[in-house]
Design a protein around this ligand. Structure first.
Ligand code: NAD
Ligand code: DAO
Ligand code: ZN
Length: 369
C-alpha cells in the first residue's frame, strides 16, 4: 500500500514528504495507522547525523499514537480498530530481561531494531523500489507503519491521541525516571537540568511524588514559566553565574540535592549533575543522550563519598503493562499532557517542528496526519 510519510533521505537535510510503499505485516507484526506523532530531540539528533548508528534513508519518529489497521500471522494481543502507542522499548514478557523484574530493557527485537529492520532482517518501507529503514521499532513519521506486536501498547480508544502520543516517549520517560529510577520520596530535593519535554516531565513527576524543593535549570529562561506551572520552586540560568553550576546548587542547598536529573545530553552537565548531588546519599540520573564517542567523567571521590550515578531508558517503564494505566491516569487528569503540546502541525509542515525545537520555542510539536 501507499503511505504519506516524511522521509529522512540524508543526514542534515530536511525531511521530504513522499508517498512510500508499505508492505503487509509479516508474522508477529502489525500495520498501524498513525494519527499523531510528537517530535523529540532524539529524532533531531539522528537526523543531524551525529548519531553513529543513524541509518539513511529512514522513517524517523518514535512518539506516536494510532489505530491498528491489520495484523500479521500469529498476532493475538491486538486486532484491527484497537488504539495503540508504538514502543521503542518492547515488552515480550519472555526474555531474560522481561522476566528479571529488574528492568524494562526487553531484548526481543533489540538486535534488528538497532539495524533499522524488522525481526526477519528486512524493511517494510520502500521508495522507488529501494528499501527505507525503520527507526527505533516505531517509524511514526509515516501514516502507515509496521511494528512488532511486542512493541505495541493497547490503550483506551477514548484517549486524546494528540496528547497521549507523548506517552510514547517524553512524558513517560520523565515521570518514570522519577518514580522507577530515582524513587523520589516526599520532601526530597530535586535538581532538573534541561527543561524540554523530558525535564518538564521530571518536574511533573517530582511534584506528583511530593518532592520538596524542585530546582529547574536551563540556559533558556523562556522555559521557566512552564517549569513553574509544573511545580518547580527555584529557577537557575547557568549564564547568570560565573562559577560552576554545581557549586551554585550546592550553595543553594547546603550539601546538594537528593536527586538530580540530566535531561539535555551534555556530558559537561552530566558532571555538574552528579557533583551537585548530596554528599552521603545523593544520586544523579542520566536521561539525555550524548553525542557519539563522548564520555562522562568526575573525580571518583564523588562516588566514594556516597553519590550514585544512574541512567534510564523510557523511565524504566514496561510499555505494554504500564502505558495503558498511564493513559487512564492522563484521562483522569492525574497526569497532565496538554501543557507539553505547545504547537501542532500537519505532516506537510513537519520540518517546522524541528525548527521550533532548535529555536527553543516549543516543548513538543505534535504532527497530525
Ligand atoms: P529539548 O531539546 O526539548 O530540551 C533540552 C533543554 O536543555 C532545552 O530547554 C535547552 O535550552 C536546555 N539546555 C541545553 N543546553 C543546556 C545547558 N548547558 N545547561 C542547561 N540547559 C541546557 O530535548 P528533550 O526532547 O527534552 O530531550 C532531552 C534529552 O533526553 C535528549 O538528549 C534526548 O535525546 C533525551 N531522551 C532520552 C530518553 C531516554 O529514555 N533516556 C528518552 C527521550 C529523550
Ligand atoms: O536495549 O540496548 C537496547 C536498546 C535500548 C533502546 C532504548 C534507548 C533509550 C535511549 C534513547 C531514547 C530516546 C527516545
Ligand atoms: Zn522481553
Amino acid at each position: 500500500m501507499k503511505s504519506r510519510a516524511a522521509v529522512a533521505f540524508e543526514a542534515g537535510k530536511p525531511l521530504s514528504i513522499v508517498e512510500l510503499d508499505v508492505a503487509p505485516p509479516q508474522k508477529g507484526e502489525v500495520l498501524v495507522r498513525i494519527t499523531h506523532t510528537g517530535v523529540c530531540h532524539t529524532d533531531a539528533f539522528t537526523l543531524s547525523g551525529d548519531d553513529p548508528e543513524g541509518l539513511f534513508p529512514v522513517v524517523l519518529g518514535h512518539e506516536g499514537a494510532g489505530v491498528v489497521e491489520a495484523v500479521g500471522e500469529g498476532v493475538t494481543s491486538v486486532k484491527p480498530g484497537d488504539h495503540v502507542i508504538p514502543l521503542y522499548t518492547a515488552e515480550c514478557g519472555q526474555c531474560l530481561f522481561c522476566k528479571s523484574g529488574k528492568t524494562n530493557l526487553c531484548v526481543a527485537v533489540r538486535a534488528t531494531q538497532g539495524k533499522g529492520v524488522m525481526p526477519d532482517g528486512t524493511t517494510r518501507f520502500s521508495y522507488n523500489g529501494k528499501p527505507v529503514y525503520h527507526y527505533m521499532g516505531c517509524s511514526t513519521f509515516s501514516e502507515y507503519t509496521v511494528v512488532a506486536e511486542v512493541s505495541l501498547a493497547r490503550i483506551n480508544p477514548n484517549a486524546n491521541p494528540e496528547q497521549v502520543c507523548l506517552l510514547g516517549c517524553g512524558v513517560t520517560t520523565g515521570l518514570g525516571a522519577v518514580k522507577n529510577t530515582a524513587r523520589v520520596q516526599e520532601g526530597d530535593s530535586v535538581a532538573v537540568f534541561g527543561l524540554g519535554g523530558i525535564g518538564l516531565a521530571v518536574i511533573q513527576g517530582a511534584q506528583m511524588a511530593k518532592a520538596g524543593r524542585i530546582i529547574a535549570i536551563d540556559t533558556n529562561p523562556a522555559k521557566f514559566e512552564l517549569a513553574k506551572a509544573f511545580g518547580a520552586t527555584d529557577f537557575v540560568n547557568p549564564k547568570d553565574h560565573d562559577r560552576p553550576i554545581q557549586q551554585v546548587i550546592v550553595e543553594m542547598t547546603g550539601w546538594g540535592v537528593d536527586h538530580s536529573f540530566e535531561c539535555i545530553g551534555n556530558v559537561g552537565v552530566m558532571r555538574a549533575a552528579i557533583e551537585c548531588s548530596h554528599r552521603g546519599w545523593g544520586q544523579s540520573i542520566i536521561i539525555g543522550v550524548a553525542g557519539a564517542g563522548q564520555e562522562i567523567s568526575t573525580r571518583p571521590f564523588q562516588l566514594v563519598t556516597g553519590r550514585t550515578w544512574k541512567g534510564t531508558a523510557f523511565g524504566g517503564v514496561k510499555g505494554r503493562s504500564e502505558l495503558p494505566g498511564m493513559v487512564e491516569d492522563a484521562m483522569a487528569g492525574k497526569i497532565q499532557l496538554a501543557p507539553f503540546v505547545t504547537h501542532t502541525r500537519s505532516l506537510t509542515d513537519i520540518n517546522e517542528a524541528f525548527d521550533l525545537m532548535h529555536e527553543g520555542k516549543s516543548i513538543r510539536t505534535v504532527v497530525r496526519y
